[in-house]
Design a protein around this ligand. Sequence first.
Ligand code: ATP
Ligand code: MN
Ligand code: MN
Length: 301
Amino acid sequence: DVRPERAEPAPPAPASNIKISSGDRVIFPGDGITKSELADYYAAVAGIALPWIADRPISLVRCPQGRAKQCFFQKHDAGSFGEQVHHVDIREKDGGTEPYLYIDSADGLRACVQMGTIEFHGWGSRVGDVEKPDRLVFDLDPDEGLDFEDVKRSALDIKRQLGDIGLASFAMLSGGKGVHVIAPLTPKAEWPEIKSFAERFCRALAHAEPDRYTATMSKAKRKGRIFLDWLRNQRGSTAVLPYVVRARPGAPVAAPVSWAELGDIDTPARFGLRDTAVLVERANGRGLKGWGVAEQVLPDL
Ligand code: ATP
Ligand code: MN
Ligand code: MN
């Protein structure tokens, strides 16, 4: 078991001027988790989450009436988030620009929660230079019925294959059904090159082991296989960010894990909102030291 035997109480949340309205509203029915509890969670993990969430264009999964009611994926501002949620103008295909959201503080997280946000998803690049990604994400999407053991084996496989071409990578439990394998990059190559690399890498894996992998999105082709979702690496695509709570039953968290411990973990929903103290302790502990950090650029493929 990767968890300490007894969870310490979550560290107190720093004070904030952003008021949470309807704090008693239960937004995870069945788990009894309220909007205030979600706000407290994000305050407590701000220190470990912001290094990954801050200064990136983000999309929000908002569920103002709770996760069991209507949720929507929001990329642009309706103008109502307040001054803690910033804007970055990004060029669109049609030549115009659109303002995307980003945050850089615990109050930014809180302002989003106040607006009904549960999940934070991010671009693979930072607002300072949105055209040059700082990470690759290989999103392993198993077909229904596949065992998590298969997903873990594949994640380790991808890690080894990336290692063979000189890229260090790190694992994150999605909190849903899969694992994300993340290779940090020193921003240099631009989106077309990044996307092409990710696509060729995944297609090569699927070609070598067609019984295990598909690099094609269609559900039919996924039968009994893992879809290697390289499409997260396109300009404008997002992926769930570390320490984000998923709008799914039990409030699972997208949790960084070390390669060494992955073998002992039996579900991608291993950690949840109520593991706050454990998540903070783990993030600052030895097992995750250096997680997600590497100075490296795309190799030739
Ligand atoms: P799981 O392990 O269950 O697959 P996941 O976060 O990887 O969890 P995916 O379904 O693989 O979920 O989604 C990949 C990404 O696609 C999400 O992380 C998100 O950033 C993006 N996404 C999800 N919903 C939408 C949407 N409605 N519109 C645009 N992008 C979305
Ligand atoms: Mn996925
Ligand atoms: Mn996916």
